[in-house]
Design a protein around this ligand. Structure first.
Ligand SMILES: NC(=O)C1=CN([C@@H]2O[C@H](COP(=O)(O)OP(=O)(O)OC[C@H]3O[C@@H](n4cnc5c(N)ncnc54)[C@H](OP(=O)(O)O)[C@@H]3O)[C@@H](O)[C@H]2O)C=CC1
Ligand SMILES: O=C(O)C1=N[C@H](C(=O)O)C[C@H](O)C1
Length: 246
Protein backbone atom coordinates (compact mmCIF):
# COMPACT_ATOMS: atom_id res chain seq x y z
CA UNK A 1 0.00 0.00 0.00
CA UNK A 2 1.33 3.47 -0.87
CA UNK A 3 1.41 5.96 2.01
CA UNK A 4 0.55 9.56 1.15
CA UNK A 5 2.80 12.01 3.01
CA UNK A 6 2.35 15.77 3.52
CA UNK A 7 5.23 17.99 4.61
CA UNK A 8 4.57 20.95 6.92
CA UNK A 9 7.41 23.47 6.92
CA UNK A 10 8.18 22.34 3.36
CA UNK A 11 10.10 25.50 2.42
CA UNK A 12 12.52 25.12 5.33
CA UNK A 13 15.93 23.45 5.52
CA UNK A 14 14.52 20.15 6.79
CA UNK A 15 11.16 20.34 5.00
CA UNK A 16 12.76 20.65 1.54
CA UNK A 17 14.94 17.58 2.09
CA UNK A 18 12.07 15.58 3.60
CA UNK A 19 9.84 16.31 0.58
CA UNK A 20 12.62 15.14 -1.77
CA UNK A 21 13.28 12.02 0.35
CA UNK A 22 9.57 11.14 0.29
CA UNK A 23 9.46 11.56 -3.50
CA UNK A 24 12.42 9.18 -3.86
CA UNK A 25 11.21 6.58 -1.32
CA UNK A 26 9.53 3.31 -2.29
CA UNK A 27 5.95 3.05 -1.14
CA UNK A 28 5.59 6.77 -0.30
CA UNK A 29 3.93 9.52 -2.32
CA UNK A 30 4.11 13.27 -1.64
CA UNK A 31 0.57 14.51 -0.87
CA UNK A 32 1.45 18.19 -0.50
CA UNK A 33 3.91 20.81 0.67
CA UNK A 34 2.68 23.27 3.31
CA UNK A 35 4.49 26.23 4.80
CA UNK A 36 3.74 29.36 6.81
CA UNK A 37 0.41 30.96 5.85
CA UNK A 38 -0.94 27.90 4.03
CA UNK A 39 -4.31 26.43 5.02
CA UNK A 40 -3.51 22.88 6.13
CA UNK A 41 -7.09 21.74 5.43
CA UNK A 42 -7.18 17.96 4.96
CA UNK A 43 -3.39 17.99 4.32
CA UNK A 44 -3.89 17.00 0.70
CA UNK A 45 -5.53 13.73 1.72
CA UNK A 46 -2.33 12.57 3.43
CA UNK A 47 -2.06 9.48 5.63
CA UNK A 48 0.96 10.95 7.44
CA UNK A 49 2.21 14.53 7.89
CA UNK A 50 5.87 15.26 8.60
CA UNK A 51 6.26 18.47 10.62
CA UNK A 52 9.47 20.53 10.77
CA UNK A 53 8.54 24.15 11.50
CA UNK A 54 9.24 26.38 14.52
CA UNK A 55 8.67 25.83 18.25
CA UNK A 56 5.82 28.39 18.33
CA UNK A 57 3.82 26.67 15.57
CA UNK A 58 4.33 22.96 16.04
CA UNK A 59 1.66 22.24 18.68
CA UNK A 60 -1.15 23.85 16.63
CA UNK A 61 -0.02 21.98 13.51
CA UNK A 62 0.09 18.63 15.29
CA UNK A 63 -3.33 19.17 16.89
CA UNK A 64 -4.69 19.98 13.42
CA UNK A 65 -3.26 16.71 12.04
CA UNK A 66 -4.80 14.70 14.87
CA UNK A 67 -8.20 16.35 14.39
CA UNK A 68 -8.01 15.47 10.67
CA UNK A 69 -7.19 11.83 11.50
CA UNK A 70 -3.72 12.22 9.94
CA UNK A 71 -0.73 10.54 11.65
CA UNK A 72 2.17 12.91 12.39
CA UNK A 73 5.96 12.60 12.49
CA UNK A 74 7.39 15.64 14.24
CA UNK A 75 10.98 16.89 14.43
CA UNK A 76 10.38 20.44 15.60
CA UNK A 77 11.86 21.38 18.98
CA UNK A 78 10.30 23.18 21.93
CA UNK A 79 8.04 20.46 23.34
CA UNK A 80 7.17 20.62 27.04
CA UNK A 81 5.30 18.26 29.37
CA UNK A 82 2.35 20.62 29.02
CA UNK A 83 2.26 20.64 25.20
CA UNK A 84 2.84 16.86 25.08
CA UNK A 85 -0.14 16.57 27.44
CA UNK A 86 -2.29 18.51 24.97
CA UNK A 87 -1.32 16.09 22.20
CA UNK A 88 -2.16 13.10 24.45
CA UNK A 89 -5.57 14.64 25.22
CA UNK A 90 -6.30 15.13 21.49
CA UNK A 91 -5.22 11.56 20.75
CA UNK A 92 -7.59 10.25 23.40
CA UNK A 93 -10.41 11.61 21.22
CA UNK A 94 -8.83 10.12 18.05
CA UNK A 95 -7.49 6.78 19.33
CA UNK A 96 -6.51 5.39 15.91
CA UNK A 97 -4.08 8.24 15.17
CA UNK A 98 -0.34 8.00 15.88
CA UNK A 99 2.03 10.89 16.63
CA UNK A 100 5.80 10.43 16.79
CA UNK A 101 7.82 13.32 18.22
CA UNK A 102 11.60 12.90 18.14
CA UNK A 103 14.25 15.43 19.18
CA UNK A 104 16.65 13.93 16.65
CA UNK A 105 16.14 11.57 13.69
CA UNK A 106 19.84 10.82 13.08
CA UNK A 107 20.71 7.30 14.21
CA UNK A 108 24.01 8.44 15.75
CA UNK A 109 22.27 11.07 17.84
CA UNK A 110 19.77 8.49 19.11
CA UNK A 111 22.66 6.17 19.98
CA UNK A 112 24.55 9.04 21.68
CA UNK A 113 21.59 9.60 23.99
CA UNK A 114 21.34 5.88 24.72
CA UNK A 115 25.10 5.53 25.38
CA UNK A 116 25.11 8.67 27.54
CA UNK A 117 22.30 7.28 29.68
CA UNK A 118 24.29 4.04 30.11
CA UNK A 119 27.50 5.87 31.07
CA UNK A 120 25.88 8.43 33.37
CA UNK A 121 26.01 6.50 36.65
CA UNK A 122 29.74 5.70 36.39
CA UNK A 123 31.13 9.28 36.35
CA UNK A 124 31.34 12.12 38.88
CA UNK A 125 31.20 14.87 36.27
CA UNK A 126 29.15 15.41 33.15
CA UNK A 127 28.65 18.33 30.75
CA UNK A 128 26.87 18.53 27.38
CA UNK A 129 28.02 20.72 24.49
CA UNK A 130 25.83 21.16 21.42
CA UNK A 131 27.15 22.90 18.30
CA UNK A 132 24.90 24.11 15.46
CA UNK A 133 24.61 26.35 12.41
CA UNK A 134 23.98 29.99 13.37
CA UNK A 135 20.49 30.11 11.74
CA UNK A 136 19.06 27.89 14.48
CA UNK A 137 16.45 29.85 16.48
CA UNK A 138 16.46 27.89 19.75
CA UNK A 139 19.13 27.12 22.33
CA UNK A 140 20.01 24.75 23.75
CA UNK A 141 19.01 22.22 21.09
CA UNK A 142 16.11 19.86 21.73
CA UNK A 143 18.58 17.00 21.49
CA UNK A 144 20.85 18.49 24.17
CA UNK A 145 17.89 19.05 26.48
CA UNK A 146 16.76 15.44 26.02
CA UNK A 147 20.33 14.18 26.48
CA UNK A 148 20.70 16.10 29.74
CA UNK A 149 17.33 14.81 30.94
CA UNK A 150 18.14 11.14 30.34
CA UNK A 151 21.56 11.58 32.00
CA UNK A 152 19.99 13.27 35.02
CA UNK A 153 17.39 10.51 35.29
CA UNK A 154 20.07 7.80 35.20
CA UNK A 155 22.16 9.62 37.84
CA UNK A 156 19.14 10.02 40.10
CA UNK A 157 18.25 6.34 39.74
CA UNK A 158 21.82 5.39 40.76
CA UNK A 159 21.95 7.98 43.56
CA UNK A 160 24.98 9.77 42.05
CA UNK A 161 25.95 12.96 43.91
CA UNK A 162 25.84 16.33 42.11
CA UNK A 163 28.92 16.90 39.92
CA UNK A 164 31.78 18.69 41.69
CA UNK A 165 32.22 22.36 40.74
CA UNK A 166 34.17 24.85 42.85
CA UNK A 167 33.24 27.86 40.71
CA UNK A 168 32.73 30.74 43.14
CA UNK A 169 32.17 33.52 40.63
CA UNK A 170 31.49 33.41 36.90
CA UNK A 171 30.45 35.69 34.08
CA UNK A 172 26.80 35.14 33.08
CA UNK A 173 26.60 32.04 30.90
CA UNK A 174 30.18 30.94 31.48
CA UNK A 175 29.02 27.65 33.02
CA UNK A 176 26.24 27.13 30.48
CA UNK A 177 22.56 26.53 31.19
CA UNK A 178 21.46 23.93 33.75
CA UNK A 179 19.07 21.32 32.36
CA UNK A 180 17.91 19.06 35.19
CA UNK A 181 21.18 19.98 36.95
CA UNK A 182 23.41 19.11 33.96
CA UNK A 183 25.43 22.01 32.45
CA UNK A 184 24.58 22.44 28.75
CA UNK A 185 26.63 24.72 26.47
CA UNK A 186 25.46 25.93 23.04
CA UNK A 187 27.85 26.94 20.23
CA UNK A 188 26.61 28.64 17.02
CA UNK A 189 29.11 28.59 14.18
CA UNK A 190 28.86 29.05 10.39
CA UNK A 191 29.93 25.85 8.69
CA UNK A 192 28.33 23.55 11.25
CA UNK A 193 25.09 21.58 10.83
CA UNK A 194 24.22 19.69 14.06
CA UNK A 195 26.73 18.25 16.54
CA UNK A 196 26.78 17.13 20.16
CA UNK A 197 29.43 16.14 22.67
CA UNK A 198 28.75 14.52 26.01
CA UNK A 199 31.73 14.71 28.37
CA UNK A 200 32.03 12.48 31.41
CA UNK A 201 34.84 12.60 33.97
CA UNK A 202 36.06 10.69 36.97
CA UNK A 203 39.46 10.72 38.73
CA UNK A 204 42.09 9.89 36.10
CA UNK A 205 39.79 9.40 33.10
CA UNK A 206 37.28 11.06 30.81
CA UNK A 207 34.84 9.67 28.29
CA UNK A 208 33.67 11.77 25.33
CA UNK A 209 30.72 10.68 23.21
CA UNK A 210 30.43 12.80 20.07
CA UNK A 211 27.99 12.78 17.21
CA UNK A 212 28.21 14.89 14.03
CA UNK A 213 25.50 15.48 11.45
CA UNK A 214 27.49 17.01 8.57
CA UNK A 215 24.45 17.03 6.26
CA UNK A 216 20.68 16.95 6.80
CA UNK A 217 20.74 13.73 4.76
CA UNK A 218 21.62 12.13 8.12
CA UNK A 219 18.07 12.70 9.37
CA UNK A 220 16.22 11.24 6.37
CA UNK A 221 16.41 7.46 7.10
CA UNK A 222 15.04 8.13 10.58
CA UNK A 223 12.24 10.35 9.27
CA UNK A 224 11.24 7.72 6.68
CA UNK A 225 11.36 4.97 9.34
CA UNK A 226 9.11 7.18 11.46
CA UNK A 227 6.64 7.67 8.60
CA UNK A 228 6.43 3.93 7.97
CA UNK A 229 6.28 3.10 11.69
CA UNK A 230 3.82 5.70 12.98
CA UNK A 231 0.84 4.30 11.07
CA UNK A 232 0.98 1.16 13.25
CA UNK A 233 1.58 3.01 16.53
CA UNK A 234 -1.59 4.75 17.72
CA UNK A 235 -1.09 7.27 20.53
CA UNK A 236 1.96 9.38 21.35
CA UNK A 237 5.49 8.05 20.87
CA UNK A 238 8.39 10.24 22.02
CA UNK A 239 11.81 9.37 20.58
CA UNK A 240 12.91 7.45 17.50
CA UNK A 241 14.43 4.75 19.74
CA UNK A 242 10.92 3.36 20.25
CA UNK A 243 10.45 2.89 16.48
CA UNK A 244 13.97 1.45 16.02
CA UNK A 245 13.40 -0.96 18.91
CA UNK A 246 16.59 0.21 20.63
N1 LIG B 1 14.30 16.14 15.05
C1 LIG B 1 15.30 16.33 14.18
O1 LIG B 1 16.00 15.36 13.77
C2 LIG B 1 15.58 17.69 13.67
C3 LIG B 1 14.88 18.74 14.16
N2 LIG B 1 15.07 19.99 13.67
C4 LIG B 1 14.16 21.00 14.17
O2 LIG B 1 13.17 21.20 13.16
C5 LIG B 1 12.75 22.55 13.17
C6 LIG B 1 12.92 23.13 11.79
O3 LIG B 1 14.29 23.22 11.48
P1 LIG B 1 14.77 23.85 10.08
O4 LIG B 1 14.15 23.11 8.95
O5 LIG B 1 16.24 23.97 10.19
O6 LIG B 1 14.12 25.31 10.19
P2 LIG B 1 13.72 26.32 9.00
O7 LIG B 1 13.53 27.65 9.65
O8 LIG B 1 14.66 26.17 7.86
O9 LIG B 1 12.31 25.75 8.51
C7 LIG B 1 11.09 25.95 9.18
C8 LIG B 1 10.04 26.21 8.13
O10 LIG B 1 8.75 26.23 8.74
C9 LIG B 1 8.06 27.39 8.28
N3 LIG B 1 7.01 27.76 9.22
C10 LIG B 1 7.04 28.67 10.24
N4 LIG B 1 5.84 28.70 10.84
C11 LIG B 1 5.05 27.81 10.19
C12 LIG B 1 3.69 27.41 10.35
N5 LIG B 1 2.90 27.93 11.29
N6 LIG B 1 3.18 26.48 9.50
C13 LIG B 1 3.95 25.94 8.53
N7 LIG B 1 5.25 26.30 8.32
C14 LIG B 1 5.79 27.20 9.16
C15 LIG B 1 9.17 28.43 8.15
O11 LIG B 1 8.75 29.54 7.38
P3 LIG B 1 9.47 31.00 7.67
O12 LIG B 1 10.94 30.75 7.49
O13 LIG B 1 8.86 31.87 6.63
O14 LIG B 1 9.11 31.34 9.09
C16 LIG B 1 10.24 27.59 7.45
O15 LIG B 1 10.00 27.50 6.07
C17 LIG B 1 13.55 23.23 14.27
O16 LIG B 1 12.81 23.21 15.47
C18 LIG B 1 14.78 22.35 14.40
O17 LIG B 1 15.36 22.44 15.66
C19 LIG B 1 15.98 20.23 12.70
C20 LIG B 1 16.74 19.23 12.19
C21 LIG B 1 16.62 17.86 12.65
O1 LIG C 1 17.91 23.08 14.32
C1 LIG C 1 18.61 22.09 13.96
O2 LIG C 1 19.36 22.14 12.98
C2 LIG C 1 18.48 20.84 14.71
N1 LIG C 1 17.58 20.78 15.65
C3 LIG C 1 17.31 19.66 16.47
C4 LIG C 1 17.61 19.98 17.92
O3 LIG C 1 17.40 21.13 18.35
O4 LIG C 1 18.00 19.07 18.65
C5 LIG C 1 17.97 18.39 15.98
C6 LIG C 1 19.34 18.61 15.42
O5 LIG C 1 20.20 18.94 16.45
C7 LIG C 1 19.31 19.69 14.34
Amino acid sequence: MTLRVAVIGAAGRMGQQVAEAVERADGLELAGRFDVGDDLGDLGGADVAVEFTVPGATLANVLHCVEQGVHAVVGTTGWTDESLGQVRAALAVHPKVGVLIAPNFAIGAVLTMRFAAQAARFYESVEVIELHHPDKVDAPSGTAIHTAEVIAEARRAADVSPAPDATASALDGARGARVDGVPVHAVRLRGLVAHEEVLFGSPGETLTIRHDSYDRASFMPGVLAGVRGVVDRPGLTVGLEEILDL
